[in-house]
Write a protein that binds this ligand. Structure first.
Ligand code: ADP
Ligand code: MG
Length: 375
């Protein structure tokens, strides 16, 4: 028997013949923080519905700590230690923040200690501690109805944590939140991830970037499309296709080179408009296969340039010397086009170290570009 907390095997869920989940396989270790992403309709919510027992598998099985959950009613699954936070907050609006938490803490004590005589170490968790964790100490005595949407989300996450579930399921916690609230909820999840096993379902890519410090699983049409680190996922042409609704018009190798250029442009954490201009022009010239492609590629490129990824992850993927030279030429021009500053020098030197090209080649390329900019 594996020691996965959750193991899902060949899971299919059909609604009148439509497969919301289609032969899905998934496993996760205790203590993991897993983010599951996928476009609308990918099957994310259904995935949670099966784990919590709201929906029964048509085929396949869900094992929680090795135990098959088939035909186990929802309330029993919850009692076994799977807690779920729904997309919309379900807090008692006419109670104060403190009373909402109090209620769950006490109900929890009754259920676990009285009924099953199974005290959990987290039972010592105080309401005060929870208020602090979710950042609502100052609002403890306010009616929940007066909280902002983001604060309600945090309160509900607190209520979930109060039940000390072994596995926390969180469905799109950032939906409908402002940027600031999104960041707060993200920080809360990251803090909880240190001591909990969490599956966070998310649609919003920006939020995913904040919370995806471990493995990300991409769901598409009811199956796992791929999984990996956030950087791996973002560079995967299949993921880009699913999210942009179109296949990338360049190869994965070319995209990798483009991302290196983007990381150079982001070296000083400042992506100047002139820089963007140079980059879009140069890169679209470099990688387009035709005049028309050059125009469409400029638009596509903006998606690939949006993020700074550590060069250590990108540069080793450039295998042949010609491509290395290409990367160097493009990168040097990017920083040279807009006065090189000290941060850019540091990143550039790192690039040189990782590319490991002969000094002569580097000098030649630098001189060529210098010549272009000195007249
Ligand atoms: P996501 O959460 O990724 O947006 P869902 O799991 O909600 O996706 O839905 C996956 C697909 O299954 C969608 O096409 C949806 O319309 C369909 N679906 C979900 N629940 C039902 C249901 N109870 N009956 C019929 N179709 C459903
Ligand atoms: Mg959903």
């Amino acid at each position: 028997m594996s020691n996965n907390i959750l193991e899902i095997q060949d899971l299919t869920v059909s609604f009148d013949g439509f497969k919301a989940l289609d032969n899905l396989n998934f496993s996760m270790r205790p203590g993991e923080m897993r983010v599951i992403i996928g476009p609308n309709g990918a099957g994310k919510t259904t995935f949670l519905d099966v784990i919590t027992g709201k929906v029964q598998p048509t085929q396949g099985r869900v094992l929680f700590n090795g135990k098959n959950l088939r035909n186990t009613p929802e309330f029993k699954i919850a009692r076994m230690g799977i807690g779920r936070k729904f997309q919309t907050p379900r807090v008692y609006l006419n109670l104060t923040v403190r009373d909402n938490l109090d209620l769950v803490c006490n109900r929890n004590k009754n259920v676990f200690s009285t009924l099953f005589n199974k005290p959990k170490k987290d039972d010592q968790r105080t309401v005060g501690g929870l208020l602090e964790t979710v950042g609502l100490t100052a609002k403890a005595n306010a009616k929940a109805a007066l909280l902002s949407h983001g604060e309600k989300q945090r309160l509900e996450i607190g209520m979930l944590v109060a039940q000390s579930p072994e596995l926390l399921l969180v469905d799109e916690p950032a939906a409908g939140l402002t940027d600031e609230e999104t960041e707060n909820v993200g920080s809360l999840l990251l803090a909880l991830a240190e001591s909990h096993t969490i599956i966070a379902i998310e649609h919003d890519m920006e939020f995913v970037k904040q919370i995806a410090t471990e493995k990300v699983t991409v769901l598409h049409q009811g199956s796992v499309l791929c999984d990996g680190s956030m950087d791996e996922i973002q560079n995967d042409p299949r993921v880009i296709e699913v999210y942009l609704g179109e296949a990338p018009s360049i190869s994965a190798e070319q995209m990798n080179m483009i991302r290196i250029c983007a990381s150079m442009a982001w070296a000083d954490n400042n992506f100047a408009p002139e820089q963007l201009e140079v980059i879009l022009t140069n890169l679209s010239q470099e990688f387009a296969s035709s005049q028309d492609h050059q125009v469409s590629l400029q638009r596509e490129l903006q998606n690939y340039l949006a993020r700074k990824i550590p060069l250590e992850q990108l540069v080793p993927k450039v295998k042949n010397a010609k491509d290395k030279e290409r990367v160097l030429r493009l990168s040097y021009e990017i920083i040279r086009s807009n006065q090189i500053n000290s941060q850019e020098i540091v990143v550039y030197q790192n690039l040189l170290r990782l590319l490991d090209l002969p000094t002569k080649v580097v000098q030649k390329i630098e001189q060529e570009i210098e010549a272009k900019y000195s007249n």
